[in-house]
Design a protein around this ligand. Sequence first.
Ligand code: UN1
Length: 508
Amino acid sequence: VAAAPAPAADEARAILKRLGVPDSAFATSGRPATSPISGAVITHVRETSPDEAKAAIGRAHEAFKAWRKVPAPKRGEFVRLIGEELRAAKDDLGRLVTLEAGKVTSEGLGEVQEMIDICDFAVGLSRQLYGLTIATERADHRMMETWHPLGVCGVISAFNFPVAVWSWNAALAFVCGDSVVWKPSEKTLLTALGVQAIVERAAKRFGGVPEGLSEVLLGGREVGEVLVEDERVPILSATGSTAMGRQVGPKLASRFARAILELGGNNAAIVSPSADLDLALRGIAFAAMGTAGQRCTTLRRLFVHESVYDKLVPSLVKVYGSVRIGDPRTEGTLVGPLIDKSAFEGMERALDESRAAGGKVHGGGRYTEGACADGYYAKPALVEMPKQTGPVLRETFAPILYVMRYSDFDEVVEAHNAVGAGLSSSIFTTDLREAETFIASAGSDCGIANVNIGPSGAEIGGAFGGEKETGGGREAGSDAWKAYMRRATNTINYGKTLPLAQGVTFDV
Ligand code: UN1
């Protein structure tokens, strides 16, 4: 029998020291930072007041004015150093993610790997950031577009990806010439402090990073609101619930700020008659139960063709019954704790509602073996639903998978799209026509549509985000960088006459 892991709080405090988080970040009167592993208070974090938040935005605004003049490849060098520091701190920061957000070890480390990956991507990008040269209708003229730094980029992130989401935004923002003000979830303040210490080390090595280039606001809603309302923040990336987006989006729109909204998902997968069922089973299990169902890309709805339903679903129920739940630090654990009590209660409520709607629930309920009694560990639930109704139509941030039978492909695609959110989706099939139809224009309406892999676990190279109530934002790869810059169209006349566009004449 392996020795029980050390108390989460002790381990977390030792890591914070090693990461170089200064003692001044903590205060006994501050906000408690807890670990969902045991519910224990790790330490108390000194909060940022609204006035301090405004001052931080002011510093970031000044930093932007200097940073925008630094050549982009030099800015890339700073991000390269952040990537180096992240490599050196990977084990500690990954472990801190596990301790503070409850992710299993490989997922905590995976999150830091995503940060490293986006830094690498951004470094290359820093030598690109290109615009087009466009044919002009006027003789002896040249028309082109150039991309310029935009300003202070606000980042509001959620507990479930406490560090990676900051980096998807910050790595791009830094190379694009923006400064960053980050308001992490109030449930994951320690990992944010860890990241800030890492950034400061990189800044020291770089030399000449303007003060205020990377600011962190630690606190609740009040400081988030300061960030949303401040005119000096022209772009804000917000990750969280659709309800949060409904408040933040209009406020940003009213002051014409750019919004990158990464809101709720209600992601589905279709298992067709020709699917490789072993592969589907593994894909579904990871996508639905991984991260204890607390990813915005988590698989929440499963449509299984009637011809394979009685083969696949009983095997899935078996996997649900045997999955290892427990301390996320213990080797072999696949499902760690929910973030807190209210997450568990939300899951219970959704299961009650699904029972009332005719659902047959397998699993569910609280898992209290050994030390797990101190946290909120949930047994993942698979719910066989007679139809897509009630709780199936909304996102419950917990490991619940609603399973439904289907018979017709066109109908199932329609049912697939008949929810508010539009983040991620997938189909398990070996039928080329179905696969291509699903990812074509009349197929899945989501920002991410996969074939023979689940909806979660996206790489940073692709643009990440979704449609409809997911908010429409895109982060990370592809050309997502363009959101962090402003585009200027330039027309240059190198001739001696002044032809006007559209043949207009104006002779004075
Ligand atoms: C989120 O849950 O907030 O595709 C984002 C994934 C991750 C991102 C999830 N790369 O699951």
